[in-house]
Design a protein around this ligand. Sequence first.
Ligand SMILES: Cc1cc2nc3c(=O)[nH]c(=O)nc-3n(C[C@H](O)[C@H](O)[C@H](O)COP(=O)(O)OP(=O)(O)OC[C@H]3O[C@@H](n4cnc5c(N)ncnc54)[C@H](O)[C@@H]3O)c2cc1C
Length: 417
Amino acid sequence: MAELKADVLVLGAGMVGVSAALHLQQRGRDVILVDRRELAGEETSFGNAGMIESASVFPYMFPRDFGQILQYAINGSPQVRYQFVDLPSFLPWLVRYYLASSPERALRSAMAELPLIRRSLIEHEALIAEAEVPELLRRTGWIKLFRSDATLANAVRDFERAKQYGVAGELLDGDAIAMREPNLTGEFAGGIHFPAPGFVPDPGGLAKAYAALFKRKGGRFLVGDARTLEQTTGGWRVGGSEGTVVGREIVVALGPWSDLVFGPLGYSIPLGVKRGYHLHLAPRGNAVLNHPVLDSDLGYLLAPMNRGIRLTTGVEFARRDRPPTYIQIEQALPRAQALFPLGDAVDAKPWMGARPCLPDMLPVIGKAPRHAGLWFDFGHQHHGLTLGPATGRLLAEMMTGEAPFADPTPFAVERFG
Ligand SMILES: Cc1cc2nc3c(=O)[nH]c(=O)nc-3n(C[C@H](O)[C@H](O)[C@H](O)COP(=O)(O)OP(=O)(O)OC[C@H]3O[C@@H](n4cnc5c(N)ncnc54)[C@H](O)[C@@H]3O)c2cc1C
């Protein structure tokens, strides 16, 4: 079989890997993108809620409010669910997540990520223009609804804080909600419309469009299994369906599967997962949903995707590879049906994915300390669609010796000792 050579092999063709490949290519590197799937964007980057979350300056940290913790602990919250049988496997991670969520450390994470969040939409706009897919970016922003005065008041307080970092938004009363979304039904304490974030009505399609751009510019995409990775003299080798693939440098962008590579290489990195589900439903009659709408207190989101209205759930703590449980979808469905006129399901069964998360809710980006030519780019948590292109730029700048646009120190793997 042939041996294919490149400067850099990027393992994983989700939003994160494809974006890194494009940024490396822009800087003159010959890149081969390797994925076990035949197409890009078929996993986590396919199933998300489609929001380019440029308004999300505070990452999703563990709650510090005792009442909320209690609700989480007894599986009484619609936003979070635990698979208790897996508790021994994720409890140590959860403790680290809790510790990393103190107000001081949470603010540190937010400030570290802020330059990336601010860059997120700009980087997507550039790639979307080059890929010639303007229809994949909608400028509606998104709406967060609240059912109780207490949760609305908390959200308004958070919003006031976010405003200090340039986040724009408009408080909505019942009439303003009805103006923006005439087909919603329910009793709301209020809402917030964040107008700036982008909405992608086909996130998997966007990853594919970026991969097509990469190929059009001379990049190669090959099917291969990252688990076959071996270090050679002066580089790295992976087994691919068209032969062995060899690169001087390698980027691990395998999202929730990144441990399959860093584990055998001897790195102990606390990568956990927060699983989530989606199901597409047809709108009934002529009903239209104009924005993604988060029914915050009831713990689900509706997004107007090209395929139908995508109902996405909150977080499920369970082992990555445990078979899906559809409890959160089953709980959310009647609530969503009461909010918006939903008809039949478009999908035969719900989709499940896993948000790749480090306890401090920051990705790992940068050089691996003990192996020449090994780079990490994973752990983009709730914001991998948002941050893929911005972190791709940051990584490519680091790999090519350019001045990085943001301080990469908080993302270094060395923070885990
Ligand atoms: C329900 C839900 C809603 C979300 N909503 C949003 C949102 O609105 N906005 C946002 O910004 N983010 C959102 N996210 C998070 C976002 O989807 C992820 O952070 C992001 O997709 C991670 O991208 P990735 O490229 O790192 O991983 P992935 O997209 O999972 O890509 C990893 C790639 O690695 C490949 N791979 C795995 N194993 C191997 C192997 N052995 N060999 C070769 N290849 C392999 C896979 O095939 C895959 O293509 C959401 C996530 C979920 C689950």
